[in-house]
Design a protein around this ligand. Sequence first.
Ligand code: UD1
Ligand code: PEP
Length: 424
Amino acid sequence: MDKLLIRGGRRLHGELLVSGAKNAALPQLCAALLSADPVTLHNVPRLQDVRTMLKLLRNMGVAAERSDDGAVHVDARVLSTPEAPYELVKTMRASVLALGPLLARFGEATVSLPGGCAIGSRPVDQHVRGLSAMGAEIVLEHGYMIARLSAGRTRLKGARITTDMVTVTGTENFLMAAALAEGETLLENAAQEPEIADLAEMLIAMGARIEGHGSSRIRIQGVERLHGCSHRVVADRIEAGTFLCAVAATGGDVLLRHGRADHLDAVIEKLRAAGVEVQAVQDGIRVQSPGSAKLCAQGFRTTEYPGFPTDMQAQFMALNCIAQGRSTVTETIFENRFMHVDELLRLGARIQVDGKVAVIEGVARLSGATVTATDLRASASLVIAGLVADGETVLEHVHHLDRGYDCMEAKLRGIGADIERASA
Ligand SMILES: CC(=O)N[C@H]1[C@@H](OP(=O)(O)OP(=O)(O)OC[C@H]2O[C@@H](n3ccc(=O)[nH]c3=O)[C@H](O)[C@@H]2O)O[C@H](CO)[C@@H](O)[C@@H]1O
Ligand SMILES: C=C(OP(=O)(O)O)C(=O)O
């Protein structure tokens, strides 16, 4: 298994390119199932979850390839099986996004239940409830959601869906299903993440009729068929946010080209309050920091967009560990998203967890050690901590990081970090 070797203490300078968003590319690859015409996606990040999604599509008999220019082409004219098997779903929860499009276009889907993961139990009851309201019959058998149109139906039907909580992939499944359903669908309590709006833009480019995306109420008028499209995946706000925290921690001056400051308001507000300069510049974000010793730790509470993203909690916590003062971090989205805490403690951080609240006492220095990545963003927080720790930090189980970051160590090396990969 690969490891990352990080020697801390270097300031970061220069510029790097922010990749396309993992959480936008994954639903968009599934949305390609909605049309019999070819779909081309540009700016698709090169990361493990995307490779898994391409494998999932090919496993259904769909042509899905990346060309030399980096674009991904999906041709779902024919399908050999509407199935997402456990072997693929277990490594990537986003496979549940195949359910809506398969049902809408082919009238059937067999998708493995994703089960829990390191950050929480992650049920899919809302997906099942919403799609059932649209005329699907879904039974849970042998660990699979087996879905088909209810008797007598040839298409899903529009419905008014109000979810019990805001769900990102739930909203995406309903959006894709509703695009080909008969009549109008109204999504109340919809997720407002930029990745939802980007998916809606792609569907509109395919001929879908959608209004209100980016707000909590989305209205979709179903159409009989969708055509192909060419779409550019929105920049990854979580990747950009991770680099913002890294530069804030080490100190330095970096331009994140293609980064979208307007998608990171809650994080940028906290960074500024900490003492970091962050500016939206043309086609990017510039971050200048005096280094963690001169920053004031900031408390925050994770909430749905536009609030502070749960996917940035671990990285900002790493920054708080070596900033001045005490901070309180509350995780409200996932019940088990503090797995990085024990590993940060191994580097010398002072953190106490009580349920969904972590209290962090800033320390003057961290000291390098061997630590283990437990999930995607936990890994990113340990990389940030390693970049400021004295001596060498060895990050094990890097496959978690590779799920969601496109060449992270090469990008960090490009701005002056001392980080390399050791392949076992
Ligand atoms: C591929 C992708 O886009 N993943 C993101 C997506 O995950 P994902 O879409 O899985 O997360 P959700 O927004 O659905 O989850 C929000 C909360 O609702 C709960 N819930 C959700 C659905 C459901 O049927 N029942 C239920 O109880 C979840 O357990 C969680 O507590 O949004 C999360 C929250 O911003 C991010 O951390 C993930 O990076
Ligand atoms: C939790 C995440 O992803 P996923 O939903 O794919 O597990 C994430 O991107 O931080």
